[in-house]
Design a protein around this ligand. Structure first.
Ligand SMILES: Cc1ncc(COP(=O)(O)O)c(C=O)c1O
Length: 360
């Protein structure tokens, strides 16, 4: 039942999701990762057009394993956009590699112009933040020419598209996340995709204890347990079957916001027609004005969320190598994420928009 409070985001679960999980539980399956997870992996890799995919417990682990499997660890430098969720950089630190902070451009994605100034990166993580794709394809070309391994952190962007390819198809490896606020969810969950045979084997071995093929409980090398469960994947499958509906909904809701918000202190960042908005973001004229809007909406029982702070603002990252990060540092403070759930009604979006428009 819908409560009065409008949350910034909530999962979109319906009877078909419940049925999918209950049917699985009734099937006598062994609960852990098996055929249902393989089906989900296949569906997602086929949708993206990649050769290999591996489900893992979450997006953070997916980035970590992508780095490990491609040999990015101690002594390697990895570029990362200064505006992203903390998991992107923490996975680099976890892998014992050295992060380098790079500014973002107007699209909020890593800046191609700034990237060109670096000549000592071993790898780069590109993030199609909030479903926007920026100069991702040009950056892929630059990485290829300069022998920089490219990982796409597509946690926000399942279903979104660059000009000529899907998000999840950029670079050497790509990842998705399936937490409750993502485009599709399975509670927790992540996926790593690649076309590279060696990386594929490495991911599989790292994920499954590196078991010898012919002798039980013998191991060909180091490996851990990053498997998921078929319970989660049964939810993932039913959610994935509704991806197009979720995408349509996101696009439709964005249009309603855009049509109804009319406030000279607020601007928008464009999406091109093949991109999918994940969260509905507004750019306020100042940090102070953002606080005012936030409070005004909160008083009306409407929850919002601040954009991620620039990574360079986090105290424990103060020593990380960086260049001029002025754009990400400034804009991150002015962006507010409005309610973005699939369950939002047209009336709710109009109410939120009117509150924003009428606030002087
Ligand atoms: C851009 C980005 N990368 C990685 C992650 C990590 O994903 P997870 O929460 O599944 O570990 C997130 C999570 O929100 C994210 O937003």
């Amino acid at each position: 039942m819908k409560q009065n409070r409008i949350f910034q985001v909530e999962p979109s679960i319906d009877d078909s999701d419940i049925k999918s999980v209950v049917d699985y539980l009734n099937s006598g399956g062994w609960l852990t990762e098996h055929k249902i997870t393989q089906e989900l992996e296949k569906n997602i890799k086929d949708f993206i057009g990649r050769r290999y995919s591996h489900a893992v417990p979450n997006g953070t682990i997916a980035i970590y394993l992508a780095l490990l499997a491609s040999g990015i660890g101690k002594g390697k430098k990895v570029g990362v956009p200064n505006l992203t969720m903390i998991a992107t950089i923490n996975a680099i630190i976890w892998a014992d590699a050295e992060p380098v902070l790079i500014d973002v451009d107007e699209s909020l994605c890593l800046s191609y112009e700034q990237l060109k100034e670096f000549n000592d990166l071993d790898a780069l993580i590109f993030v199609p933040l909030n479903g926007r794709t920026g100069d991702g394809e040009k950056i892929e070309e630059l990485c290829r020419e300069n022998n920089i391994l490219l990982i796409e952190d597509s946690a926000h962007a399942l279903g979104s598209n660059y000009k000529s390819k899907k998000c999840g198809f950029l670079g050497d490896l790509s990842i998705f996340s399936f937490t409750p606020h993502k485009i599709i969810t399975m509670g927790q969950g992540g996926m790593i995709l690649t076309d590279n045979d060696e990386f594929n084997n490495n991911i599989f071995n790292l994920k499954t204890f590196n078991r010898s093929k012919d002798k039980q409980d013998w191991h060909d090398g180091f490996g851990l347990n990053f498997k998921i469960t078929d319970i989660q994947s049964s939810l993932g499958l039913s959610q994935f079957s509704k991806l197009n509906m979720f995408i349509e909904n996101k696009r439709k809701n964005l249009e309603i916001y855009r049509k109804n918000i009319n406030n000279k202190e607020i601007s928008f960042i464009d999406f091109h027609e093949d991109e999918v908005p994940w969260f509905f973001d507004i750019v306020c004229s100042s940090k102070e004005y953002k606080e005012e809007i936030k409070e005004h909406l909160s008083k009306n029982n409407i929850e919002t969320r601040d954009c991620y702070p620039a990574l360079s603002f986090q105290n424990y990252l103060k020593e990380v190598e960086k260049t001029d990060l002025s754009h990400s540092e400034k804009i991150s403070e002015n962006i507010l994420w409005l309610p973005s759930s699939n369950a939002l009604t047209k009336e709710e979006i109009e109410t939120i928009s009117n509150l924003i428009s009428n606030h002087s």
